[in-house]
Ligand binder design. Structure first.
Ligand code: NDP
Length: 397
C-alpha cells in the first residue's frame, strides 16, 4: 500500500490515473498534480474515487515541487508531464527521497534533441540516496525494450538484428492531429533519421528510408525509418546487436501537412516577436491543433507495435516477432482517451507496480530492459495490452 504522485494531466496522465485507481492494493492514495489543476479535477471526477486528490504544480520549479511532495508524502513519482520537466522532477525526488519513473527522455526546450546522457548523469546521486529511477516506461520506449529483453532471455543466445515497428492504423477523422503532445511529436518526427549498424550510428535525412511492412490484422503500411530514443539504451545494454532500427507508419496526408507546417516555419522552435510578445511558432501551433487527449471519441482502428528480431539460438539462426495490437475504441471505453495515450499510460502504471511490489529493484538510474521482463510481460496481458508472438517467420526486414 503506497502513496503515489502522478505529474501531468494530459492523455497519458489520464490513463495512469485510471489504472492506478483500479489497483488500491498497490496504490493506496493518489495525488494527480499538473500545471492546470482543472484538468486534474476533470480526470478525478471521471474516475470518481475518493483516493484521488489533485493539485496545481509547476514541475519546472524545484522548490514548488519539493513543498508539494513533502505535504503529500508519496513513495514515488510517475512523471507523465513533458520531457522538459524530467530533470527538475528528478532533482525534487533526490531532495525529498522519492523514487522516480517516466516515459520520455529529457529534451532541452531550445534544442530538438533527445538523449539519455542528461538523465544517466543522475545515476550516482540516485544510488547514493538509495533511490530508484526508471526511465522510458511507456510503450516505445518501454514495452519495446521489455519485449527485447524478454526475447533475449527466453528465445535467443544472441540477438543480432532488431527492428522496432510502430503502426498507427487508426482514424480520428481530423485532417491533421498528433497522437500525443504535438510539440514533442513534431520535434520527434521532423528530425533526421538514425540507426545503429556495425558499431556506429548512421544518419539519414528525415523520412529518407521507407519500407512497406505488413502489420498483423492490419495489413501493409508504409513505414519510415526514424530515430527513437530506446535505440540508444538498447544498443548499450545488448552489445551483440549488429543493427537496430525503428520504423513508424505515417499516412501521405499526415506527411503533406507536416511538410507544409515545416515549409511555412510553424515547426520552428526559434522564438519570434508577434505584436510585441515573444512566441515560439511550434508552441503556438500546439495551441491551435486538436488536443490529443480529446481525439478518442471518434477514433477507430488499431495501433500495432512490436519487435522483429533475428539472432542465434543453439547455433542456428532464428527469427521472432512479438507485438501488441490495441484498439482505439476499447481504450476510449475504458479510460476516455485514445490508444496512443493508453499504450503509454498502461506500461507506466505497470512499471510503477513493478517498483512498488519489489519486482524491480535497484539504486540509481535504470532503463527498463535492465530488469526482469517476466512479471511485466504477465501484467501486460491482464492490464489491457495483451501480446502475441511468432517464431521463425519472414520478418520482411
Ligand atoms: P499532454 O500534452 O497531453 O500532457 C502533458 C501534461 O503535462 C499536461 O497536463 C500539461 O499541463 C502538463 N505540463 C506541461 N508542463 C508542465 C509543467 N511545467 N508543470 C506541470 N505540468 C506540466 O501530453 P501526453 O499526455 O500526450 O504525453 C505525456 C508524456 O508522455 C510526454 O512526455 C510524452 O513525450 C510521453 N509519451 C511517451 C510515449 C511512449 O510510448 N514512451 C508515447 C506518447 C507520449 P497543461 O495541461 O497545463 O498544458
Amino acid at each position: 500500500m503506497s502513496k503515489v504522485m502522478i505529474i501531468g494531466a494530459g492523455g497519458v496522465g489520464r490513463v495512469v490515473a485510471f489504472k492506478c485507481a483500479a489497483h488500491p492494493e498497490v496504490f493506496s492514495e493518489i495525488l494527480l498534480a499538473s500545471r492546470t489543476k482543472s484538468k486534474c479535477d476533470d480526470i478525478a471526477a471521471a474516475i470518481g474515487s475518493d483516493r484521488i486528490t489533485t493539485a496545481a504544480v509547476d514541475a519546472e520549479n524545484v522548490p514548488e515541487l519539493v513543498s508539494l511532495i513533502k505535504s503529500f508524502g508519496p513513495i514515488m513519482i510517475i512523471n507523465v508531464a513533458l520531457p522538459y520537466q524530467d530533470l527538475t522532477i528528478m532533482e525534487a525526488c533526490l531532495e525529498t527521497g522519492v523514487h522516480y519513473l517516466d516515459t520520455a527522455n529529457y529534451e532541452p526546450k531550445d534544442e530538438a534533441k533527445f538523449e539519455y546522457s542528461w538523465q544517466w548523469a543522475y545515476h550516482d546521486r540516485f544510488k547514493e540516496k538509495g533511490l530508484l529511477a526508471v526511465l522510458g516506461c511507456g510503450f516505445d520506449p518501454g514495452v519495446t525494450s521489455v519485449y527485447t529483453k524478454y526475447a533475449a532471455k527466453h528465445h535467443f543466445d544472441e540477438i543480432h538484428y532488431l527492428d522496432i515497428v510502430d503502426a498507427n492504423a487508426g482514424d480520428h477523422g481530423k485532417a491533421f492531429a498528433t497522437n500525443f503532445n504535438p510539440e514533442i511529436n513534431i520535434r520527434e518526427v521532423t528530425q533526421k533519421g538514425k540507426y545503429w549498424e556495425n558499431g556506429k550510428w548512421v544518419e539519414t535525412e528525415p523520412h529518407e528510408i521507407s519500407a512497406m511492412l505488413n502489420y498483423p490484422e492490419i495489413g501493409p503500411k508504409k513505414s519510415y525509418l526514424i530515430y527513437h530514443e530506446e535505440l540508444e539504451s538498447l544498443v548499450k545494454n545488448f552489445p551483440t546487436l549488429k543493427r537496430a532500427r525503428f520504423w513508424m507508419t505515417f499516412g501521405d496526408e499526415y506527411l503533406t501537412h507536416l511538410r507544409v507546417i515545416q515549409n511555412i516555419g510553424m515547426a520552428s522552435i526559434e522564438p519570434v516577436m508577434y505584436n510585441g510578445v515573444e512566441i515560439v511558432p511550434l508552441q503556438f501551433l500546439k495551441a491551435v491543433l486538436p488536443n490529443p487527449g480529446d481525439l478518442g471519441e471518434n477514433y477507430t482502428g488499431w495501433t500495432s507495435i512490436g519487435c522483429r528480431i533475428r539472432g542465434i539460438k543453439d547455433g542456428k539462426e532464428k527469427t521472432y516477432y512479438v507485438w501488441n495490437n490495441c484498439s482505439h475504441e476499447v481504450a476510449y471505453k475504458e479510460t476516455g482517451t485514445q490508444g496512443v495515450s493508453y499504450t503509454t499510460g498502461v506500461p507506466a502504471t505497470i512499471g510503477a507496480m513493478m517498483m512498488l511490489t519489489g519486482e524491480w529493484k535497484g539504486e540509481g538510474v535504470f532503463n527498463v530492459e535492465q530488469f526482469n521482463p517476466d512479471p511485466f510481460m504477465a501484467l501486460l496481458n491482464t492490464e489491457g495490452l495483451p501480446w502475441k508472438e511468432a517464431h521463425d517467420i519472414d520478418l520482411e526486414l
